[in-house]
Design a protein around this ligand. Sequence first.
Ligand SMILES: N[C@@H](CCC(=O)N[C@@H](CS)C(=O)NCC(=O)O)C(=O)O
Length: 211
Amino acid sequence: MLHVYGYPNTRSQRVVWALEEVGATYEYHPVNLLAGDGRQPDYLALNPGGKVPTLVDGELILSESAAICTYLGDRFPSSGLTPPAGSVERALYNQWCFFILSELEQPLWTITKHRFALPEKRRVPAIFDTAHWEWGVAAHVLATGLGERTFLVGERFTVADLLAAHTLAWARAFAMPFGHATLETYANRLLERSARAQAIQREQGVVPPIA
Ligand SMILES: N[C@@H](CCC(=O)N[C@@H](CS)C(=O)NCC(=O)O)C(=O)O
């Protein structure tokens, strides 16, 4: 049995979405971040950063949303969520996943941290202007790489698309412009997938979401 630790409206949605895509049987454990569950010793033993998501699969304890989703794709190969190791597609898949985590997501995370996630005295509102600019640059790179294609890698939906779509939804929640109609179409199509709707329901059914 797979165990996922998460909280609604956070990056754990990526993992629950991937679990729904692969059709895995799993148990969802809410970590109520607002109530301080992430700082409890039991949870810190699983995730020393006190963050969600965490996946437990037997002896394996895994953190980092992209690493977990990639693990799930590899563990359920018939899902096609990850291209085979050593293939050209896998190289491109890695490129996009690393880009999404290190470039596309970072301006959003900067804004999140300096709006509310950091302790008040650590927040630097002057960073917002630069973060908005960086978002525009990264969104342009994503749009250029995607072109007129349906998916980032090859002809099928992979975890790279899942991560990109989750990040684009995050940007929408912050009213960050995509700057490219193709990205709007891409996001709309991916965010309508039934596995994502199931993931949201699964998470929101357990604890109230972060506003
Ligand atoms: N790079 C990590 C980031 C995880 C992360 O920052 N999660 C946030 C929620 S989206 C969290 O748990 N924050 C609680 C905290 O920092 O105390 C990933 O992608 O899994």
